[in-house]
Write a protein that binds this ligand. Structure first.
Ligand code: SF4
Length: 285
């Protein structure tokens, strides 16, 4: 099935986000999903333009609010496959609050964060994941802030599937996305997706030389302490892969009886008579 959108991306040539879009299109096609079964939701930023470039239902929402909108959509229609896409500034900065609470509620969403460790759309200021000492337009003497670690944060907040990919390895990233979408519960896929225009520290070459797949080593995805230890590695070795998973963690839209009785809210009758319904429609027109 063709998931190519009607509009071509206007990202800078070489932007890591191309690899993420490509991987997502392959993942949903590989899982046999149809465009109408998927909702792609984003916030604001270069990467948040992604729903415009993929052939699914899509919503481009407010800065940092994509997870809140996606939660509403999933609760209203839990038959939808809901994929949220965005960047590190949008998701871990402005949307940090929603990141915490969506993880602890274990809403059945897949959250793909194109983590380029900088604000790209606003032309190069430090983001929550920029490294200590990084010189940018907003930090000419180097960042004095400690970056957050999305992997350990997600695990501590209660996420039940936590992975990291690299946009330059499309085959591996596609596999991580497939696993995340199939997982029942909140699934984070944090992706190193280099901003080739404004982040000249964390480039494709930087990651190519360092990324090591967890699958190539012995790793126990049920061990949260080991997962955090490996997620903190930032040197000659930086791990990608599935760090942590709780396969059977209860998800909110399955625990809430009101949402399960009678099927998704989106398909239920409003309890109005035909006359009342027609009256509302007339007033709306
Ligand atoms: Fe990608 Fe950076 Fe260009 Fe934005 S500014 S499209 S993140 S390379």
């Amino acid at each position: 099935r063709d998931f190519k959108g009607a509009v071509d991306p206007d990202w800078c040539p070489g932007c890591g986000d191309f690899g993420v879009l490509n991987s997502l299109q392959r993942a949903v096609a590989g899982l046999g999903l149809q465009p109408h079964q998927i909702l792609t939701v984003s916030g604001i930023g270069c990467s948040s333009n992604l729903p415009g470039y993929i052939n699914t239902n899509g919503m481009h929402t407010l800065h940092g609010r994509s997870l809140a909108v996606a939660t509403g959509a999933k609760l209203a229609n839990h038959e939808l496959t809901v994929v949220v896409t965005g960047g590190d500034g949008d998701g871990y900065g402005i949307g940090g609050n929603h990141f915490t609470h969506t993880a602890r509620r274990n809403i059945d969403l897949t959250y793909i964060v194109m983590n380029n460790q900088i604000y790209g759309l606003t032309t190069g200021q430090i983001s929550p994941t920029s490294r200590d000492g990084m010189k940018t337009k907003s930090t000419p003497f180097g960042s004095v802030e400690t970056p957050i670690n999305p992997i350990t944060s997600a695990i501590m907040n209660g996420a039940s599937f936590v992975a990291r990919g690299y946009s330059g390895d499309v085959r591996h990233l596609t596999s991580l996305m497939e696993q995340a979408i199939q997982h029942k519960g909140f699934a984070l896929v944090d992706v190193f997706s280099p901003c080739v225009t404004f982040n000249l520290d964390n480039t494709h070459n930087f990651f190519k030389d360092r990324v090591v797949k967890l699958e190539d080593e012995e790793h126990d995805t049920s061990d949260w302490k080991l997962a955090c230890e490996k997620a903190m590695a930032w040197g000659d070795t930086i791990y990608t892969g599935v760090f942590f998973q709780v396969p059977d963690a209860p998800v909110l839209n399955r625990r809430e009886p009101v949402l399960d009785d009678g099927g998704p809210l989106a398909f239920r009758k409003l309890g109005l008579s035909e006359d009342q319904a027609q009256g509302i429609i007339r007033r709306m027109m």
